[in-house]
Design a protein around this ligand. Structure first.
Ligand SMILES: CC(C)(COP(=O)(O)OP(=O)(O)OC[C@H]1O[C@@H](n2cnc3c(N)ncnc32)[C@H](O)[C@@H]1OP(=O)(O)O)[C@@H](O)C(=O)NCCC(=O)NCCS
Length: 173
């Protein structure tokens, strides 16, 4: 059974490779998570290495949906360093492997992140995502509020500029 856990230590080589594959799978499927072309294995490995370094510095928190054999999804909570922003966090890089979608894993990752954020004293979460996407539907279903839409914000994997919706979610404390 898949469970969500926070990665606080260096992952096993197997899990690290699965994170690389998860990222490549998501972008191959058209996910708008920062890449236009699918990152090669070296680029994807470098990305996760930088991410894990940021986790080590306490700048972000990383959660994975996994069991002993597979990493099916991941999500990150970016913690702003600005003094006036210590009450809020930004949700980034939610991705669920294409073979594991529509099983509630994205929802479980979001709910785990939200609980950890609340327990850490955060009061506000923010994120942005391509408008009218599966992710946008997921966030709305979880009670996130749409703050507004920015046209032509991000280039899709098809090379087209697409609108992004900014969401926020107050988390009770
Ligand atoms: C968005 C994403 C994380 C959803 O993960 P998931 O594990 O499939 O999501 P869930 O199973 O928890 O879905 C929860 C709800 O979200 C909505 N949803 C999820 N995928 C959907 C889709 N393809 N089409 C329409 N609605 C969708 C549905 O309301 C769904 O509930 P339902 O299955 O009961 O209808 C996944 O599609 C993904 O990784 N996409 C690519 C990466 C990406 O776009 N990330 C967002 C970055 S901001």
């Amino acid at each position: 059974m898949l469970t969500v856990k926070e990665l606080t230590t260096t992952p096993s080589l197997e899990l690290f490779s699965e994170l690389v594959e998860l990222l490549q799978d998501a972008v191959t499927d058209g996910a708008s998570i920062g890449w236009v072309a699918v990152p090669g294995t070296k680029d994807a490995r470098d990305y996760w290495t930088r991410t894990l370094e940021a986790v080590g510095r306490g700048e972000r928190r990383l959660f994975v949906a996994t069991d002993e054999h597979v990493c099916a999804g991941a999500i990150q909570l970016h913690l702003p360093v600005k003094a006036n922003a210590s009450h809020r966090g930004e949700v980034e890089k939610l991705m669920v492997h294409t073979q594991y979608r529509r099983r509630g894993i994205g929802t479980a990752l979001m709910q785990s992140l939200e609980k950890v954020g609340r327990d850490a004293g955060l009061k506000l979460l923010v994120l942005d995502t391509i408008s009218d996407s599966a992710a946008a539907r997921l966030y709305a279903r979880l009670g996130w509020q749409r703050a507004g839409e920015i046209p032509d914000y991000a280039r899709s994997t098809a090379g087209v500029l697409e609108p992004t919706t900014v969401f926020y979610h107050r988390i009770a404390h």
